[in-house]
Design a protein around this ligand. Structure first.
Ligand code: T1G
Length: 692
């Protein structure tokens, strides 16, 4: 065995040279890896005793891509293209031996090998689009030549991980070898290749599949049309499509040049910087400085959920999906039956789309135990209440749980706003109480805000973070305050949205501006979707807000066809003349002099206070880091990931500009716009939120 460098070695087994990479955690294509690969292949090619070469990786995965941590820094060592040229032009067969997730540059390295063999659990993909990029090492030119244009378009614009079996079927892999016997399997495959003594072919020279798409521009126009909504606002998907188009219409080297040009354009743009920020932010969120990795985890073998409504049902599904039994509690039989029925229907709808088998549906439903008796939760390791958002009710429930739950059980509230410490105080075990704030629909939205109480035990926190990952959530630990992180910032935007429609804008102006910014929907469309009458009490209503007036007019939102908008039978929204009149009358009664409000003012009035509130959350220690706040907003509210989240976006705008805007608004509209001390300090010191 020859060590080429500290991450690469070359061993010769008979007439097969085996190049092994070992660069944890994911064998990313760092300078050392590129150097090692180039050196090892040059040596194996020069060695006449070596008739074929196998490239394999130690650790959890084959190369999982370029080393994202090197982006934006001066490149050292050989370029990836130099390494690929050595491999692709080897005069002897090269076999890539794949396990784990061969992604991005990793797959692009595998595509310059002559063959690719994998274990059944391997997956392949080109996920560069998820970090605002495109495969910059020939992936957009070689992949279509292997799997065809349609599959290549799907893969490069979604970043999907294709399982080994499907990769074999599409020709991306040449053979599947036995799990756990990849090295021997790859060497045996190389020996068969030698025995067959076929001429070596390079993917770049195989044009049949791209020529088949030549003269069919509709492949691309239809793909663009079908995905317009999903790709809205993003640059990278369109650039990926253009590269695949080039693989059809241009000679290989020309296509490579275009790929390089567009890659560099994306790499230097703010969208990729924002999406790379979001990638690392999501991973950083799992790290809690004062809860060490070796904190004992409480085993969660059985979960109790109190409440079978929208939230309780959605929450239950997360655990059923992970194979964890759930006992779901409702006080009334009809509510329990309805809740269980909704869960079953959700699974059956998923099965109809082919994403679940009938057997999966039954397996998951078999894990669900409906009950009207709180005592049935006595043996649960984790109990989550999702009852009505009223403190008195929560305190009553937790008082009962304190008597029923077994010692050491985690008692969690799904509250969106309420004080976790007050809830915890209604038990004799505040150390076992925590907030697990799911976002509706709870079985879909990835965010889980985990709210630590003043007395929450570290094992309870560590277990909650772990169970969040187990059920496929992005868990973010936040501090206890009204609205925690997400809803506390949302309140800033909602307040300004309501002010703006009094001062001169209309709901559809505000919604349009925020939709065009990249949010999935604006505040008024969101209110109509949720229902304007949430928390509205007809007995106490007094026409004191526009929302109350609309409820008094029975304009309750989408559910009854009219809210801030009018809805047709397909629930398509359109501005309402009736609502416009309500707003004008409401403003007139309050002698508000309405005025023309620009889109820019709408955007700044809604978003700057959110950045400012995020700064207050940081200085109060209610979030561990600014990037956690970004992770909350991207995964809980659909903040456009290509702007990185509110805090990253604030820095893109310029914190000095945000501060100046806040001060100007404070002059005009009062202390709702009072800048946070942290924002003032960071701007004064010329720093960013990373320095908070
Ligand atoms: N570069 C550097 N570090 C990476 C990395 C990468 N590509 N991928 C993961 N890590 C780190 C991650 O930050 C974490 O670090 C640890 O590895 C475990 O990751 C030229 C330009 C591979 C599916 O986009 O999708 O190739 O927190 O927690 O859940 O065309 O990581 O432990 O210190 O996510 O098992 C394309 C991104 C790059 C793949 C593993 N490749 N990574 O998931 O572990 S661009 C990607 C992933 C490119 C070329 C272009 C996942 C994973 P730490 P993890 P995991």
């Amino acid at each position: 065995m020859t060590a080429i460098n500290n991450v690469t070695d070359l061993t010769v087994e008979g007439d097969i040279g085996v190049v092994t990479l070992n660069s944890p955690p994911v064998n990313a294509l760092s300078a050392a890896v590129r150097e090692g690969l180039k050196g090892a292949f040059e040596q194996a090619i020069a060695d006449s005793a070596v008739k074929a070469i196998v490239l394999i990786c130690d650790g959890k995965t084959f190369i999982a891509g370029a080393d994202i941590t090197e982006f934006g820094k001066a490149m050292t060592g050989p370029s990836l293209q130099e390494v690929q040229n050595v491999i692709e032009n080897a005069p002897k067969p090269v076999v890539a031996a794949i396990h784990g997730t061969v992604l991005g540059g990793g797959l692009e390295v595998a595509l310059v090998a002559h063959y690719r063999v994998a274990v059944p659990s391997a997956k392949a993909g080109l996920p560069e689009v998820n970090i605002g990029l495109l495969p910059g090492a020939g992936g957009t030119q070689r992949l279509p030549r292997v799997v065809g244009v349609e599959k290549a378009l799907e893969m490069v614009t979604t970043g999907q991980h294709v399982p080994a079996k499907a990769a074999l079927a599409m020709g991306l892999f040449d053979s599947i070898v036995e799990e756990g016997a990849l090295r021997d399997g790859a060497i045996a495959f190389a020996r068969v290749v030698l025995a067959e003594d076929k001429p070596l072919t390079r993917i770049r020279d195989q044009n049949a599949k791209v020529e088949a798409a030549r003269g069919k521009p509709e492949i691309f126009s239809e793909f663009r049309k079908a995905n317009a909504r999903k790709f809205r606002g993003f640059k990278a998907p369109e650039y990926n499509i253009q590269c695949v188009e080039a693989s059809v219409n241009l000679p290989f080297d020309e296509g490579l040049k275009l790929e390089r040009k567009l890659f560099m354009e994306l790499m230097s743009g703010s969208q990729s910087a924002a999406q790379r920020h979001a990638f690392f932010a999501e991973r950083q969120a799992a790290k809690v400085p004062d809860v060490p990795d070796d904190t004992p985890i409480i085993p969660v073998r059985k979960v109790g959920v109190i409440g079978a409504g929208t939230m309780g049902g959605g929450i239950s599904m997360n655990f059923l999906n992970a194979g964890i039994p759930v006992t779901i509690i409702e006080a009334k039989a009809e509510n329990l039956d309805r809740g269980v029925g909704v869960i079953r229907r959700n699974y059956e709808n998923t099965a109809k789309k082919g994403r679940l088998t009938e057997a999966d549906v039954e397996k998951r439903m078999a894990l669900l135990t409906p009950s009207m008796n709180l005592e049935d939760l006595a043996d649960c390791d984790l109990i989550i209440e999702a009852v009505f958002e009223l403190m008195e009710i929560k305190q009553e429930v937790f008082g009962k749980l304190d008597r029923i739950a077994k010692p050491g059980a985690i008692l969690a509230s799904n509250t969106s706003y309420l004080d976790i410490d007050v809830i915890a105080a209604s038990t004799s075990r505040p150390e076992s109480v925590i907030g697990l704030h799911f976002f509706s629909p709870a079985n879909v939205m990835r965010l889980l805000e985990i709210v630590r109480g003043a007395k929450t035990d570290k094992s309870v926190i560590a277990t909650s973070m772990q169970i969040g990952k187990t059920i496929g959530k992005v868990a973010v630990l936040v501090g206890n305050c009204h609205g925690f992180v997400g809803n506390r910032m949302l309140a800033q935007r909602q307040r300004e949205a309501m002010s703006l429609i009094l001062e001169g804008a209309m709901p559809w102006d505000v919604d349009r501006v925020l939709y065009d910014f990249g949010l999935p929907m604006g505040p008024f469309a969101m209110s109509d979707l949720a229902g304007l009458d949430i928390g509205w009490d007809p007995a106490k209503t007094s026409s004191s807000t526009i929302r109350e007036v609309l409820c008094e007019m029975d304009r309750r939102g989408q559910k009854n066809g009219k809210g801030f908008y009018d809805y047709d039978e397909n629930r398509v929204a359109k501005p309402s003349a009736e609502v416009e009149k309500v707003i004008l009358d409401f403003a007139e009664k309050r002698q508000i002099q309405r005025r023309q409000i620009s889109d820019q003012e709408i955007l700044e009035r809604c978003l700057y206070p959110m950045v400012n509130e995020g700064a207050k959350i940081l200085e109060e220690g209610k979030a561990i880091r600014a990037s956690d706040i970004d992770t909350v907003w991207i995964n809980g509210y659909g903040w456009p990931v290509y702007t990185g989240g509110p805090m990253f976006w604030g820095e893109l705008v310029g914190l000095d500009k945000v501060l100046a805007g806040m001060k100007a608004f404070q002059e005009q509209h009062g202390d709702d716009f009072k800048p946070s001390a942290l924002l003032e300090r960071l701007v004064a010191e010329g720093k960013g939120f990373k320095d908070a």
